[in-house]
Design a protein around this ligand. Structure first.
Ligand code: TYD
Ligand code: MG
Length: 457
């Protein structure tokens, strides 16, 4: 081994670093995930940055720092702009993660198209597809201006040289997992390569004020391969999710230094690329069953926007000693907890029942305000009592069965009213705090007992 190089073992799932091989990662508990990588001693941890000397280091009070007006570039895709917090911030590094085939390259090519149409200088660098393949995709999407340039390259030194020469305003790197840095000995896609490459890109972005989009593939566990290491280095992390078989896709902001997180954008995959879905609630609720037990509409806030979804539950007698429970689109442990609350506080015999809970539409939601929806769906299925389809609910359920207040009540109720719902079941405290609203009947409840009473009227 060359002098100055050391061998380090990295967990390929979470980036945990160790000097020796281990069977199980202490960080993420994954088995067999350690791979040996040869790293340049200088580059480890130093981030490749030049150290400033003591005399150069300046300290300043907050008031002495000049504010520069941050300029945002609109992608002209409203859903994406909102997730980004109002557009692309110049000099920012944006990671777009998602399963292979979900539509990351398509989305970014559409962004490139819109930016090129604004006569902005865009460079699309692909390490995965040939220029012909990109051309085929581009044909489906539409007309492109010539201010979009393409490059097939995986060597970061060359990429850096080209960026210096071409001086683009926006760069897209299609997949960080294919990029490599010659100084790092390990293979492309390994933790140290991904980390070094991101570091280099970050310096390009900050040093030259270029906005860079990085595509990152997600592995089975839902982390970008190698790359939880990557999440803290970039400014913005967006995840593209959704069922590959269904038409719509959800873009979720997980981290954003320049905007609020948890904002989502909803898209639909068409023959001619991705199209924005302007009213996601309507979209999520389409195809709802009529007069079926175990189904209720609940409201969850995703960032600043209320989204209505159908919560479904199926409770049936278990044929085995251990009842089966599943939760799709929401937290499994939360469902178990809510079932325990129902069992203890209402005396429902759920222990010998199988229960399947599903958020229809393939969207993932974890807001506590969905609790009441899950509870009502479970009770409705257990008692075989359908809930009126013009009813919507939200509220957090506590361990003693109390229904607790949630935030942004008015927005939720307004969204429900806009979509034609007539009854809203909400926490009593939230109802008391909000103004009277016409066109929708508000029913405040205090605990799960009130909920079951409401259902058995
Ligand atoms: P792609 O953007 O290549 O995914 P990723 O870069 O995340 O791996 O996504 C492609 C999928 O979308 C592919 O299965 C084909 C489909 N698709 C359409 O349905 N319509 C289109 O207009 C395009 C370009 C792709
Ligand atoms: Mg791709």
């Amino acid at each position: 081994m060359a002098k100055g190089k050391t061998s380090v073992f990295f967990c390929q799932c979470c980036g945990y670093e160790s000097s020796k091989w281990m069977g199980q990662c202490p960080g993420c508990k994954e088995w067999n995930s350690f791979v040996e990588e040869v790293v340049d001693k200088k580059s480890v941890g130093s981030g490749g940055k030049q150290k400033s000397t003591l005399s150069e280091a300046k300290i300043l009070p907050l008031s002495a720092i000049e504010m520069t007006q941050e300029e945002r570039i609109s992608t002209q895709i409203k859903e994406l702009d909102r997730v980004l917090g109002g557009g692309i911030v110049q000099g920012s590094l944006i990671l777009v993660g998602g399963d292979p085939g979900i539509g990351k390259s398509t989305l970014l090519l559409q962004v490139c198209k819109n930016l090129a149409n604004q006569k902005r200088h865009v460079l699309y660098i692909s390490g995965e597809e040939s220029l012909q393949q990109i051309k085929i995709r581009a044909e489906r999407i539409g007309e492109f201006e010539d201010s979009l340039r393409l490059l097939c390259e995986t060597n970061l030194d060359i990429i850096q040289g080209i960026i210096d020469r071409e001086k683009p305003e926006i760069v897209v790197i299609d997949s960080i997992q294919t990029m490599y840095n010659e100084e790092v000995g390990s293979a492309p896609g390994s933790v140290s390569q991904v980390r070094e490459s991101t570091n280099t890109l970050m310096q390009i972005a900050k040093g030259r004020n270029i906005s860079i989009f990085i595509v990152g593939h997600v592995t089975k566990e839902g982390v970008v391969a190698g790359p939880r290491v990557l999440e803290h280095m970039v400014d913005t992390v967006l995840y593209f999710e959704g069922d590959r078989h269904a038409a719509y896709r959800i873009l979720r902001g997980v981290k954003n230094r320049f905007g609020s997180t948890n904002e989502i954008g909803v898209f639909e995959m068409r023959k001619s690329g991705l199209r924005e879905v302007e009213n996601p609630s309507e979209f999520m609720l389409s195809g709802r069953p009529e007069d079926a037990s175990g189904s209720v509409v609940a409201c969850s806030m995703e960032g600043t926007r209320p989204i209505l979804v159908e919560v479904q539950a199926l409770v049936c007698r278990s044929n085995f000693g251990i009842p089966r429970r599943t939760a799709t689109g929401t937290d499994f442990n939360r469902v178990n907890l809510l079932m325990a609350v129902l069992e203890k506080r209402l005396g429902l015999k759920l222990a010998d029942c199988d229960a399947y809970v599903n958020i229809a539409g393939g969207i993932k939601m974890n807001e506590p305000a969905l609790d009441l929806g899950i509870v009502l769906a479970l009770i409705s299925s257990y008692k075989e009592k359908p809930i009126d389809e013009r009813t919507i609910c939200f509220g957090e359920v506590g361990l003693s069965g109390e229904i607790r207040a949630v935030s942004m009540v008015e927005q939720r109720v307004q969204e429900a009213r806009k979509l034609g719902f007539e009854v809203c079941i909400l926490p009593e405290v939230s109802k008391a705090a909000m103004q009277e609203m016409t066109g929708i009947k508000l029913i405040g409840i205090r605990n799960v007992k009130d909920a079951i009473d409401y259902l058995s009227r």
